[in-house]
Design a binder for this molecule. Structure first.
Ligand code: GDP
Length: 196
């Protein structure tokens, strides 16, 4: 639909919005391309930190997916990092249509400092979070399973408790589970507002 440089350029705050966010290079663009079955919807960039815009994709007139800028580039200047933090916090706190946040992490480096900060923002606003441990193909099945359990344990004290899953954009692992979570957000709220 559009690419916005700032929160205030986003489309009207109506319907159901799900946002997707993650550390740079965790594979956010690859996950987006996988779940939308498109090769190049979100450009897979080899240079970390190139996608600095908020990209809005429309699924239907009431449902959007918002691709938030990645974070955690070592080279980003402090002012840019602070600007990102403020913008994301403002987005999470003020966006009424925001129903859930998908957080993409590289399974080999889960729950880094900025991931934790984002989880704090979401808890503060009672926003449901779904954690996607991407690049599961990089670990053995056993190691991926242990990481899944460890991450679940680390986040269980957050309210609401984030759900966590394994994923591989490369191998196509976990697509159905992620679709199910998106459906829960897109359709449960739609159903409850229709009942009103
Ligand atoms: P973004 O910066 O978070 O949008 O990450 P990209 O989607 O651009 O991916 C970063 C790098 O990780 C690219 O080289 C991708 O090919 C690679 N990548 C993404 N997902 C996977 C995955 O599931 N498995 C593996 N092995 N590599 C992946």
């Amino acid at each position: 639909m559009l690419s916005a440089a700032e929160i205030k350029q986003l489309p009207p705050d109506q319907g159901i919005e799900v946002a997707i966010v993650g550390r740079s290079n965790a594979g956010k663009s690859s996950v987006l391309n996988r779940i939308t079955q498109s090769k190049n919807l979100a450009r897979v960039s080899k240079t970390p930190g190139r996608t600095q815009l908020i990209n809005v994709f429309v699924l239907d007139e009431n449902k959007r997916i918002v691709d938030l800028p990645g974070y955690g580039f070592a080279k980003a200047p402090l002012a840019a990092k602070q600007k990102w933090e403020r913008a994301i916090n403002e987005y999470i706190c003020t966006r009424e249509s925001l129903t859930g946040l998908v957080m993409i992490m590289d399974i080999r480096h889960p729950l880094r400092e900025l991931d934790q900060l984002l989880l704090d923002f979401c808890e503060h606003d009672e926003l449901p979070v779904h954690i996607v441990l991407n690049k599961a193909d990089k670990l053995s099945k056993g190691a991926a399973g242990s990481t899944l359990q460890a991450v679940k344990k680390s986040v269980e004290s957050y309210t609401p408790t984030p759900s966590v899953q394994l994923f591989s954009a490369l191998k196509g692992i976990g697509i159905e589970e992620l679709h199910k979570q998106l459906d829960r957000w897109y359709f449960s709220k739609a159903a409850s507002s229709e009942m009103l």
